[in-house]
Design a protein around this ligand. Structure first.
Ligand code: LLP
Length: 380
């Protein structure tokens, strides 16, 4: 751990971003996607909306995938062109729709007929034509945590396959709506590329059946979901983008001239961010607790999804290891980062890293218990 001396000066808890690693990741994305000229990558802003991070991502020519009016505005402020912005979400408010229309974003990913009706009306009032993609719930199992699975019929997302024909036909009748594509997203933290193969094959079937009815749309968007290896932050710091894009290229059959869009979030930023904390106390009872100055208000993923983050004591000079429950200071039993975590023998003042926290970390931090938001540092 080469940065320890620098870390010692940090005010904790803090997020630390390895900008060189983010650059390496972005280079890999651009290189592996550009093999396929019809592939377009829109970074999912929800994973990390830190302006410095967004500025770097936009400078590599990626578009943005947004899920709120404020994300659209933030993306524009951080250099993403409106022509590369897609905007999704089951519950877009009138105000958000209007702001996105005024800024002429590329496409709304729409999730219901009532929403399309409202977009049609607002676009009409503004004298605009809204470009939309219809989000389809393809009923493909992402084999991931229930809270981040979205492509099954029991989820609230998208239009069911059985309703698709009716919804598309009706959407095409609205005067201020142009249906330009289909949108899919089946879940997050998908590490088995066969799941993306299954998605591509389902999309082929859906497009075949639409084509048989004379409907061919110029865009198809496969969403995000590519997972990362939370177990090996050092050995696998860049996600398998090449395997991902190659899998889609191999199994998806785009229609002639059709553009293929992606919305990766986690895989872009997870590994470049770590949460760094200090040990406040080691409490010994039936178990040993390492109580950190960071809690679920700084990183909620373990409490909310039982998510695993690799935890490392970077300052202990002990050769012995012990098992600790690593917990935060917040008045909730779920404020626990890991049970029976093997750490070097730990004492008050030691610095601990929770690895791979760059995605859905800082952006989900809160002031619960009126705690300060975490500090932020960058490698350069
Ligand atoms: N596109 C859509 C429509 C989405 O709903 C999402 C994520 C993405 C793209 C980006 O997915 P990614 O590439 O990051 O997997 N907070 C949870 C993850 C929630 C994901 C929500 N949707 C977590 O910390 O695991």
């Amino acid at each position: 751990m080469k940065y320890i001396d620098r870390f010692k000066a940090f005010r904790t808890p803090c997020y630390y971003y390895d900008i060189e690693l983010l650059e390496k990741t972005l280079n890999t994305i651009v290189k592996s996607a550009s093999k396929y000229p019809n592939f377009h990558v829109h970074y999912a802003v929800k994973a990390n909306a830190n302006p410095r991070i967004l500025g770097l991502i936009s400078s590599y020519g990626l578009g943005a995938d947004c899920v709120s009016g404020n994300e659209v505005l933030r993306a524009l402020q951080c250099g993403f062109p409106a022509s590369g912005i897609v905007y999704a979400g089951v519950g877009k408010s009138d105000r958000e729709i209007e702001a996105a229309l005024r800024n002429d974003i590329f496409c709304f990913n729409c999730e219901s007929l009532p929403e399309i009706e409202v977009i049609n009306e607002i676009a009409g009032n503004l004298g605009k034509k809204a470009k939309i993609a219809i989000r389809v719930n393809p009923n493909v199992d992402a084999h991931t945590h229930a809270y981040i699975t979205t492509g099954l019929e029991e989820n609230k997302f998208g239009i069911y396959l059985t309703d698709l024909d009716r919804v598309i036909d009706q959407a095409m009748t609205f005067p201020n709506i142009e249906v330009i594509g289909l949108h899919f997203h089946i879940g997050s933290q998908i590490t088995d590329l066969n799941v993306f193969k299954a998605l591509a094959e389902r999309v082929n079937e859906i497009q075949d059946s639409l084509e048989a009815r004379g409907i061919v749309l110029p865009n198809v968007n496969l969403g995000g979901g590519l997972g990362i290896d939370y177990n090996s932050p050092y050995s696998e710091p860049v996600a398998n983008f090449e395997g991902y894009f190659d899998t889609i290229a191999k199994y998806l059959r785009p229609r002639p001239g059709q553009q293929v869009h992606f919305e990766p979030g986690r895989s872009v930023v997870a590994h470049c961010g770590d949460l760094i904390a200090r040990v406040l106390y080691v409490k010994e009872g039936k178990k040993k607790f390492a109580i950190l100055d960071a809690g679920m208000s700084d990183l909620i993923r373990p409490a909310l999804y039982q998510a695993y983050h690799n935890i490392e004591n970077i300052t202990s000079e002990s050769n012995e290891t012990e098992l600790y429950d690593v917990v935060g200071p917040i008045c909730e039993s779920s404020d626990c980062f890991g049970k029976d975590v093997e750490l070097k023998k730990t004492k008050r003042g030691d610095m601990v890293i929770l690895h791979s926290a760059g995605a859905y970390g800082e952006v989900m931090a809160s002031e619960y218990n009126l705690r300060d938001l975490p500090s932020i540092y960058y490698s350069k």
